[in-house]
Ligand binder design. Structure first.
Ligand code: FAD
Length: 463
């Protein structure tokens, strides 16, 4: 027997063969990580606290749909499951904002590339099937990992038979925002922050037939937002985002039932008319909170690493949490392939990912306010920014497009966006607001000297 820090005794006598690398959590990122690792590094055991989702019906309390972008597709292609996933996806060409009775579509990219809406559960099933079909991968459900031992690598697990200790070679924490694995790093001095956002959401089933299926739809009100994503079934998966606490509109102020319906009807008349059982859904559907995680260390020596939401849970508004988690797994194996040993590989992985995760997390939170509070009137800076993107398409790429359709590092996308902001501010400072309305030739003449290859934005004083 072995006792953990809390004094609980764990059976060490049970052996089920060499578990090899243990992955804590068989969610989307855990399954992808197993698929990448097993062919390179031998046996992988996934330990999942929940029951097998392929044998139970009903969601796991998270969004029904998730958006796949280029980073996600790259990983699915690497792992040989892209074709299977594409069959269950709906392409989305933009977001359609419904404001004051008018609908306005913003394409996701200038060349009309789509991102892809996929049902979370079906994607999860495909990944679990693929992982289990791979020699060397074992997925064990209803195995709750309580803690991780980094000194003598092992996980302490509870299942129906009781508590036991599984010794292993290495441990990867893919156990989501409330990660138990992360605690092992915190015990060694890592600083981790788990923050509940002020926003909460309810999943709402939305019938089809009244909305264009080529875009996602959103109804911004400043203080709350309703969004709907098409599903292959023809229906839409809706989400009502609103503050959890505080004055109306908020879940606390509405206090459920009739109040919540009245609030919804006042803010979202169009969806209210189109969703026949909206009052019942608002009264009964769970209100879920959103968490953000930031952690300054992701790895420990040659033994341990965190991936996915366990180290960078983020607000969902850019649709990149899962895509970023998939990219973690790809970059982890790239770093391990390139390094002489696991210590160097894990260190390179941490170095390469933390800044990127911070960047996309920042952008994701900011994006909510962009969507929820669309400006009634465009400012001169907005107009000028849009015109620079149009006039210099090879030089400037819209931020959303860079995140969704390229694999450029998120941190570098953020830096480019900040440079563009500074360039716009400097141009307006030098030439006044009239520049935003200048003819194309005049605008080109003023901007070109600042953005030629020989004169970087930094050199021009715009950095
Ligand atoms: C409303 C909403 C919409 C979203 N939309 C998008 C989107 O469009 N695109 C996108 O890319 N991302 C999106 N995301 C983010 C995405 O859902 C997450 O980033 C993704 O699920 C993270 O996967 P993960 O495997 O790291 O963590 P999780 O999905 O949380 O999986 C963790 C797994 O670990 C298991 N586990 C936890 N603790 C233990 C333990 N102690 N022992 C054993 N097992 C354990 C859990 O049961 C779970 O199966 C959205 C999120 C939300 C909330």
């Amino acid at each position: 027997m072995h006792a953990d820090d809390t004094g609980h005794a764990y059976d060490t006598g049970r052996t089920d063969g060499d578990p090899g690398i243990v992955i804590v959590g068989a969610g989307l990122v855990g399954a992808v990580t197993a698929l990448y690792l097993a062919p390179r590094f031998g046996p992988v055991t996934l330990l999942e606290k929940r029951a097998d989702p392929r044998r139970v019906t009903g969601g796991q309390g998270r969004s029904l749909t998730v958006m796949l972008s280029a980073r996600g597709w790259r990983v699915l292609a690497d792992l040989g499951v892209a074709d299977a996933v594409r069959e269950i996806c709906v392409p989305l060409h933009g977001r359609c904002g419904h404001l004051a009775g008018r609908a306005h579509v913003t394409p996701y990219s200038r060349d009309r590339q789509p991102i892809w809406s996929v049902e979370r559960e079906r994607l999860h099933r495909i990944l679990l099937d693929a992982a289990e079909a791979l020699p060397g991968v074992r997925v064990r459900f209803e195995q709750r990992v309580h803690s991780v031992d980094l000194d003598d690598p092992a996980v302490l697990v509870e299942d129906r038979q009781g508590r036991h200790r599984i010794g292993c070679r290495r441990i990867l924490g893919c156990d989501g925002a409330h990660s138990a694995a992360r605690a092992a790093l915190e015990a060694r001095g890592a600083r981790a922050e788990l923050r509940k956002l002020e926003l909460a959401y309810q999943e709402i089933d939305v019938p089809g037939g009244w909305l264009d299926r080529a875009t996602m739809h959103y109804w911004p009100t400043g203080d709350a937002m309703f969004a709907a994503f098409p599903m292959p079934s023809g229906e839409f998966s809706g989400s009502l985002f609103m503050r959890l606490e505080g004055p109306a509109p908020s879940y606390a102020a509405a206090a459920g039932g009739r109040d919540l319906f009245d609030m919804f009807a006042a803010h979202f008349p169009e969806p209210t008319a189109a969703i026949p059982d909206i009052a019942g859904q608002l009264a009964t559907k769970a209100v879920s909170t959103l968490s953000v995680v930031r952690c300054d260390r992701w790895v420990w020596q040659d033994t341990f690493a965190l991936l996915g939401d366990s180290c960078h849970a983020m607000a969902p508004f850019m649709g990149h949490g899962m895509n970023c988690g998939f990219e973690d797994a790809r970059i982890l194996v790239d770093c391990l392939d390139a390094a002489s040993d696991w210590t160097a590989g894990l260190a390179a992985y941490e170095k390469s990912r933390t800044e990127d995760a911070d960047a996309i997390s920042h952008l994701s939170y900011r994006h909510y306010f962009t969507m929820a509070n669309p400006p009634r009137e465009e400012t001169a800076a907005d107009v000028l920014r849009g015109r620079l993107l149009d006039l210099f398409p090879d030089r400037f790429v819209p931020l959303y497009e860079s995140c969704a359709f390229t694999e450029e590092s998120y941190a570098s996308v953020l830096r480019d966006d900040q440079r563009l902001d500074r360039l716009v501010a400097e141009l307006l400072d030098r030439h006044g607001r009239e520049l935003a309305a200048a003819p194309d030739d005049g605008l080109r003449a003023r901007v070109s000297p600042l953005i030629t290859d020989t004169v970087s934005l930094e050199d021009s004083g715009c950095s």
